[in-house]
Design a protein around this ligand. Structure first.
Ligand SMILES: Cc1cc2nc3c(=O)[nH]c(=O)nc-3n(C[C@H](O)[C@H](O)[C@H](O)COP(=O)(O)OP(=O)(O)OC[C@H]3O[C@@H](n4cnc5c(N)ncnc54)[C@H](O)[C@@H]3O)c2cc1C
Length: 392
């Protein structure tokens, strides 16, 4: 194996290191400008469903759900919360999703359709449809990230925290390593798992990555009385999602459709300076009470704000960069980068070690975009409502 540098110690970078170290010996270095998990990973809700909208996504999520089971056995202090995941649709939006049911059957993704929707104490519009994923659920980032970081370290990977990569180095048209403020680290393969910061790092190399970031937030609240068990819910018609949280709390996340895309201003930028639109928390909690009346009057406990990244065609960007051999990307996971991380890491490790992947992810290739279209996408400001509405 070549020496590998992974830039970004979020779930994508750490998972790549985990899978590389499991399969091969060699020097693996993960570098983050902050502590591990400093990006969106520590801020996520961690919800995962296997019922996506493309064949590639469905296949990769099946693998992710299997990997979450394995990781629950392998990582000390972590277990996937298999609550099931309920994906809600309005009567108008359901036909598009219903058309995917034959694909779920073909690919072995189990589901139940509830029409009209009924599910414990959850309440729904009577003309809506609920698509239940019995394998879905969530990971608690505060359990998963420390467990994965410890396992990666125990496998012999070096994690350099508070160290920003200032430049990806190249010679003769190929990647040769990275430069930080302190040193130059040679590498035959560099995996860029820097999510919202990727453009800032790669544009100086002439690599155009058509990805836009959007501010996104979620809240935890303490209910007035213990809540009945309920699954993770992607309540699309209400513009929220919810799940049980630690210590009997409830978590709710909400879209901000009228907020424009966010340009990270400089390479040192930290997500802690992002702000949440005033009043949004009450709107989220009010909508939660519509979905789960037992959560009405829940007291706000904490909030997290970070970024989601969307590519030009709404699908992830993952794989080798043709114009710079040795450079690999993994980003633009819409609102599902936490859910994807075990599979994304395994796929990136396969690209580095084997040059090909067990699941065909050619539709996610970084090389699929037309350069002019990509530049046009990047030059045009977008509201979140103008990009893809894709949930977990
Ligand atoms: C509020 C919220 C809720 C979410 N809920 C869900 C959910 O329920 N399910 C789901 O699947 N997804 C969810 N997401 C999305 C998910 O958080 C992301 O897709 C995922 O965490 C991306 O992981 P990552 O490792 O690719 O990026 P990040 O976690 O952002 O990591 C990138 C890392 O790169 C580092 N970095 C950047 N530039 C440099 C540099 N030059 N040198 C060194 N390091 C650098 C950063 O410090 C950062 O730690 C949510 C996101 C938010 C904000």
């Amino acid at each position: 194996m070549p020496d590998v540098v992974i830039i970004g110690a979020g779930v994508t970078g750490l998972s790549t290191a985990y899978h590389l170290a499991k399969r091969a010996s060699g020097r693996i270095t993960v570098i983050d400008k902050g502590p591990a998990g400093d990006g969106s990973s520590s801020r996520a809700a961690g919800i995962c469903t296997g019922l996506l909208w493309t064949e590639t996504g469905i296949r990769v999520r099946r693998r992710c759900l299997a990997l979450y089971e394995e990781l629950s056995r392998e990582l000390s202090g972590y277990a996937f919360h298999r609550t099931g995941c309920l994906n809600l649709f309005s009567a108008a939006d359901w036909p598009a999703r219903a058309a995917l049911l034959p694909l779920y059957d073909e690919l072995g993704a189990p589901y139940e359709v509830h029409a009209p929707p009924r599910f414990g104490q959850l309440r729904f519009a009577s003309d809506g449809v609920a698509l239940y994923d019995p394998l879905g659920g969530y990971s608690e980032p505060s359990e998963y990230l420390p467990a994965l970081t410890a396992a990666v370290r125990a496998a012999g990977v070096t994690i350099l925290e508070h160290t920003r990569v200032e430049e990806v180095l190249t010679a003769n048209g190929a990647v040769t390593g990275v430069r930080t403020a302190h040193s130059t680290i040679p590498a035959g393969a560099v995996v860029c798992a820097t999510y919202g910061w990727t453009r800032l790092l790669l544009e100086p190399l002439g690599v155009t990555v058509p990805v836009k970031a959007f501010v996104h937030q979620r809240f935890e609240a303490v209910p007035r009385a213990p809540l009945p068990p309920f699954p993770a819910v992607n309540a699309n018609p209400l513009g929220i999602y919810a799940r049980p949280a630690r210590d009997g709390r409830v978590l709710v996340g909400i879209e901000t459709l009228d907020r424009p895309n966010f340009e990270i201003p400089h390479a040192e930028f930290n997500l802690s300076s992002l702000t949440i639109t005033p009043g949004l928390r009450s709107i989220a909690l009010d909508r939660l009470a519509v979905l789960l009346p037992a959560a009405g009057g829940a007291q706000p406990a904490n909030e997290s704000v970070g970024l989601l990244t969307f590519s030009l065609d709404g699908e992830p960007i993952l794989g080798p960069v043709a114009q710079l051999p040795g450079l690999f990307l993994g980003l633009a996971f819409h609102s599902g980068g936490f859910a994807y991380n075990p599979g994304a890491g395994e796929l990136l490790a396969q690209f580095v070690l084997d040059g090909r992947t067990a699941i065909d992810v050619s539709t996610w290739s970084p090389n699929r975009f037309d350069t002019d279209e990509a530049k046009q996408y990047l030059a045009t400001p977008l509201l979140q409502s103008q990009t893809f509405r894709r949930r977990h």
